[in-house]
Design a protein around this ligand. Structure first.
Ligand SMILES: [Zn+2]
Length: 232
């Protein structure tokens, strides 16, 4: 009896050791970032990604790319040192996934209810609502495109056909404040805003964009004398 249990124990130990030795020591270092889209009806990943990149996210992307490179060189060293070279190389290649190195999730908080002893209590849970994966070059390319337009807005906004629609009350208010409620042509200061307009420097009709650098405050008189007037 003791012999049998001893043998079983030995087999278990051997199997455990084999498992520890043979299991993959590699785990790909994914970049993971979550966007809270609670309350947003149809969030667009491109807008969230661009805003993330504009707000300094690209620095994090770049440093993570370095982490991935480091992990690769460490893994190669590990393979070279191993006595099971080919086996380890296969395991490494199995987890290698540069194409989806950067993962972004949409998460939403939802209210759920628990009923106990006729008492209903609400509690919040975070649920995943979308997963988007990219490789480093895609993100880098996107960042370069944003850089080309001075990080002024998201690419979708920049390429939107309806530039006038992007001139929101909020943006208008920002331009008024920036230009200190002063007509940028004649210098008239009108703190009550009446008679002031926000103007596209390059008209929308000529490809001008609704971005801060292309907007200015004009009084209605100066705006009226512009050839291609485009008050918003
Ligand atoms: Zn003026």
């Amino acid at each position: 009896m003791t012999m049998i249990s001893l043998t079983i124990l030995m087999i278990c130990i051997v199997l455990f050791l084999l498992y520890t030795i043979l299991k993959s020591p590699f785990s790909y270092p994914y970049f993971i970032h979550r966007f809270d889209v609670s309350g947003k009806r149809s969030p667009h990943i491109d807008d969230f990604l661009d805003t993330f990149l504009i707000d300094g996210g690209f620095t994090r992307i770049q440093s993570h790319q370095k982490v991935i490179e480091q992990w690769k060189s460490d893994s190669h060293q590990r393979i070279e040192k191993s006595i099971l070279k080919n086996f380890r190389r296969k395991q490494y290649e199995q987890v290698l996934n540069d194409r989806a190195a950067f993962k972004f999730y949409f998460i939403r908080s939802q209210t759920r209810y628990r009923q106990r002893n006729y008492v209903k209590t609400a509690y919040k849970v975070k649920v995943q609502d979308g997963c988007f994966v990219y490789d480093f070059n895609y993100i880098k390319d996107r960042y370069n495109q944003l850089e080309d337009i001075g990080f002024e807005c998201t690419l979708r906004k920049y390429h939107s056909k309806n530039q006038r629609k992007l001139a929101t009350r909020e943006l208008r208010e920002k331009i008024m404040k920036r230009d200190n409620y002063t007509c940028q042509l004649c210098g008239k200061y009108m703190p009550d805003e009446v008679g002031l307009q926000v103007d596209h420097i390059i008209p929308v009709a000529k490809g001008g964009k609704t971005v801060k650098s292309n907007l200015r405050v004009l009084c209605s008189k100066c705006n009226g004398s512009k050839s291609d007037k485009a008050p918003i």
